[in-house]
Design a protein around this ligand. Sequence first.
Ligand code: GRF
Length: 203
Amino acid sequence: TRVGVLISGTGTNLQALMEQAKRTSSSAEIVVVISNKPGVLGLKRASLAGIQTRVVDHKLYGSRAEFDSTIDHVLEEFDVEVVCLAGFMRILTGSFVRKWNGKLLNIHPSLLPSFKGVNAQKQALQAGARVTGCTVHFVAEEVDAGAIIAQEAVPVLMNDTEESLSDRIREAEHRAFPAALELVAGGGYHHTCPNTPWPPSPK
Ligand code: GRF
């Protein structure tokens, strides 16, 4: 399965996905990495792994529709079948999300449906949650909604700061995201998540 990864930054999740895809047992092949920000570390990680990169700078587009359609063209150019959002910090338009329905995966640093939106780790601390985690889900038009593919729980410890909690969640993300991608790319999602209708719809 040909995979495109969209990033905006450091790309530690991208790194985990690339390492999984390199295994001979993997059903995924990452064919392009697209960043909306030039010069980020994630682009360098992709180049070092010999993967093609593109920058689609949102600041150069007059509307979200034009930005999204440029990304869509790049994905089509590379014959991408499955798209992973790995720390991609732009909200995609409804028409893009609908076109890629069931093929667009996102990672979020909480156990959804808890703590949607930005600062999910801070929200967990402020709520006094003893457990949080990460979620890989299909993207639906509503932000941080859509069928769940994989989750991993992470404890919140007594003296946690936003940073220490974020670090612990990120380690879990590096396991959950490759596992979820493998499930989708290998066609095993239906069998593992029989309660979820296909195509996946918002919850
Ligand atoms: C992750 O914590 C992800 O959950 C959030 O953005 C972060 C991306 O980190 N949406 P990285 O760029 O993969 O290191």
